[in-house]
Design a protein around this ligand. Sequence first.
Ligand SMILES: CCCCCCCC/C=C\CCCCCCCC(=O)SCCNC(=O)CCNC(=O)[C@H](O)C(C)(C)COP(=O)(O)OP(=O)(O)OC[C@H]1O[C@@H](n2cnc3c(N)ncnc32)[C@H](O)[C@@H]1OP(=O)(O)O
Length: 136
Amino acid sequence: MTIDETTHMCFACSPINPIGLKLVFADKGDTCVTRFVPGPQHQGWTGRVHGGIVTTLLDEAMAQFLYRRDETAVTAELTVRFRIPAPVGSELLVEARQTGARGRLLTLEAKACLKDGTVVAVAQGKFLRVPPDALG
Ligand SMILES: CCCCCCCC/C=C\CCCCCCCC(=O)SCCNC(=O)CCNC(=O)[C@H](O)C(C)(C)COP(=O)(O)OP(=O)(O)OC[C@H]1O[C@@H](n2cnc3c(N)ncnc32)[C@H](O)[C@@H]1OP(=O)(O)O
């Protein structure tokens, strides 16, 4: 994979995408983690973060878990359970971990929590390995 980490335009994690979320990830134990404070521009229903944004956080955390372990894989299937509304302005802590691997199929889970530990949403992701040159 030949991605320039300073110039790529990933909506979730590019440092230079002007409308992106600019997420920064770190490995913590057997998880990959990030934090994000959603603003008013990220809402759906008034005061609630748009579910698509929450989904992006969860998907990206799982994808980054794999990227940071030199896996070239894409999201093939994603299930999200939205447990409570995510309030605009409250920091979300997101973490992802791998739960399995069978052939090309990698399974991961992710969750987004408020600072007090309340779970906002959980996701199950299936990722399929692709050839490194397929991701540019
Ligand atoms: C410190 C600085 C850090 C800097 C960071 C650096 C920069 C990094 C930049 C960026 C990083 C992160 C960016 C992440 C972005 C987030 C993740 C995304 O959004 S990914 C995009 C969305 N997803 C797609 O676009 C996939 C679209 N779909 C496809 O491409 C294909 O459908 C694909 C590859 C998924 C499968 O296609 P086939 O042709 O390769 O394979 P087939 O024949 O369909 O399936 C192969 C086997 O897998 C099974 N399979 C397929 N889907 C399955 C599923 N959902 N569940 C179970 N099995 C499945 C099938 O049944 C089949 O099994 P049998 O070989 O028959 O045994």
